[in-house]
Write a protein that binds this ligand. Structure first.
Ligand code: TMP
Length: 246
């Protein structure tokens, strides 16, 4: 155990300071470390549809911890420090960028509503999209001109985010393909450390990915909740099982 890891065994949970739609953030006894509790809440349509699945938070925390460890091992810098069973991540404190980065490999979701393709049509190369992280506006799609207009990120930062997102996509596609799953699309969030370095943050889980069985194309992700397909928890557990986590 490194000295840094040893220090992480003495982290204490302190006051709640942010409640998101599926996670609660607490401060700790260290100003640079946050305590993230993955809750059982599920929302869709910017919170218009709400539900709960007992055990979902723990499954997402476990899956996301595994994926962050895997990405770190492949050289991707993330905010993740440590998983505490069943549903907590210790993470580096970051300033979250107000951009959601979506990577798509197969047409689904809002892409097919926007461009009229049929669900399941493969894209000839991965598509990276930017969305404005603003619930009050419904997280709209942004062109790079809008990002410049709003001064959300400069062109060098956007180029680096795109490069990181595409690398993460390649790594996750491999990881899920080994588990018999297709990664149709997913959403990433990035944050800035106090040093200014931008790292991957938030979570990667069945809440934030579209994962389809490689042969039947059945969904093992939050679309089961969005589309009322039932057995949401069973689907998340199956992802964890195929990743060798439960
Ligand atoms: P979309 O097709 O609805 O734009 O979603 C693309 C991907 O991003 C999909 O895997 C679900 C994920 N996503 C989130 O994690 N959070 C969100 O708020 C939205 C809109 C999508």
């Amino acid at each position: 155990m490194t000295a840094y890891e040893a220090e992480l065994t003495h982290i204490e949970q302190r006051e709640l300071f942010y409640t998101g739609k599926a996670k609660s953030l607490y401060r700790t006894n260290r100003p640079d470390v946050l305590w993230v509790d993955f809750r059982d809440d599920l929302t869709a349509g910017d919170g218009k549809k709400r539900g709960q699945e007992a055990g979902k938070g723990a499954l997402n925390a476990r899956i996301a911890a595994h994926l962050f460890d895997y990405l770190e091992g492949a050289g991707v810098r993330t905010h993740f420090l440590k998983y505490i069973e069943p549903s907590v991540h210790l993470v580096r404190a970051v300033q979250i960028l107000p951009l959601e980065v979506v990577v798509r490999n197969i047409a689904a979701g809002s892409l097919i509503r926007r461009i009229g393709w049929e669900e399941g049509r493969p894209l000839s190369e991965p598509l990276v999209e930017w969305y404005y992280k603003r619930d009050d506006l419904g997280d709209p799609l942004l062109a790079e001109a809008h990002i410049a207009l709003l001064s959300l990120a400069d062109s060098t930062t956007l180029a680096s985010l795109k490069e990181q997102a595409l690398l993460i996509n390649t790594l996750l596609q491999k990881k899920f393909s080994d588990a018999g799953l297709l990664l149709a699309d997913f959403k990433l969030e990035f944050g800035r450390l106090a040093s200014g370095t931008i790292v991957l943050a938030d979570e990667i889980s069945p809440d934030t990915c579209r994962l389809w069985d490689a042969s039947s194309r059945v969904s093992y992700d939050k679309d089961r909740f969005r589309k009322d397909q039932g057995d949401v928890l069973g689907a998340y557990r199956e992802v964890a099982r195929r990743l060798g986590l439960v």
